[in-house]
Design a protein around this ligand. Structure first.
Ligand SMILES: [Zn+2]
Length: 271
């Protein structure tokens, strides 16, 4: 599933291709995405200039002169810039054609992605209004994590993965951040000290920044804006490394299941 680093890389990769460009047409080949693409959307966006491409959580925000397109890559989607004449592949669901001759082409085999439009502040859109802070923003700091974990009996990993509390920390990055923070994923959130929270915040930021730099994690379906997979997988400390020696201390990495997701940790490095 594309996670925050993949979405951020898509944003950065597409930004120079879209900023200031005019949309000449939106061609929808398959409107049945997670939510159907509105029938009148091509008419709304044609002729509009794209001001910038932003991101909130895992949503890409294409800010137009009037209104904003909200785009989610879903479980298996990717958005790439291609020559408008390039042959379409299976599961290419729409083209946003630009006056440069390029098209932003959305491919999504599982169709859990979406393309929505809002003419008001996108941050107040029902899908975005209740999201927690961005993990790379100043709002996500040790004080914040300490405050929101007080009295919480759930495992700390669930707090990291709760998008109402902090956005964009998926399963891979939660495991890796907890390793860096030296905290076991099954620890009760409320048991974290302020120092634990500070280390964990640093871990979250470090792992996301590194993943963004590496171009995202290589996953089956993900392709970045340039069509290439990311290189982050080779740099994982614990994720999908059960039984292999911890890269820091050599102890075999353990796996456990939490909330139907696999979690990996080093029993020696993480307390
Ligand atoms: Zn270790």
């Amino acid at each position: 599933m594309p996670e925050l680093p993949e979405v951020e890389n898509t944003r950065r990769g597409l930004s120079p291709h879209v900023r200031g460009r005019r949309v000449t047409a939106l061609r929808v080949y398959e409107p049945r995405l997670r939510w159907p693409v509105a029938r009148n959307l091509p008419r709304k966006v044609a002729g509009q200039r794209i001001v910038r491409i932003g991101r909130r959580g895992k949503y890409l925000l294409l800010e137009l002169e009037s209104g904003t397109l909200l785009l989610h890559l879903g479980m298996s989607g990717n958005l790439r810039a291609v020559p408008a004449s390039a042959a379409r592949l299976a599961h290419d669901h729409f083209d946003l054609l630009l006056d440069s001759g390029l098209a932003l082409r959305f491919n999504d085999p599982r169709r859990f992605g979406c393309l929505l439009y809002t003419d008001t502040d996108p941050r107040r859109h029902p899908l975005l209004a209740h999201l927690g802070p961005e993990p790379l923003s100043a709002a996500f700091d040790a004080d914040y994590l300490f405050r929101i974990t007080r009295g919480r009996r759930v495992a700390v990993k669930h707090v990291l993965m709760n998008s109402h509390l902090v956005v964009g920390v998926g399963n891979i990055y939660a495991s890796e951040a907890l390793f860096r923070g030296r905290i076991r994923p099954q620890r009760r959130a409320g048991s974290l000290s302020h120092a634990d929270c500070a280390r964990l915040v640093r871990g979250v930021r470090a792992v996301l920044r590194q993943a963004i730099r590496a171009g995202g994690t290589t996953l089956r379906d993900y392709r970045g804006a340039d069509g290439l997979p990311g290189e982050f997988r080779q740099r994982l400390y614990v994720y999908e490394r059960a039984g292999k020696p911890c890269r820091r201390c050599g102890t075999p990495v353990r796996a456990l299941t939490q909330g139907q997701r696999s979690t990996y940790y080093c029993p020696s490095c993480q307390k």
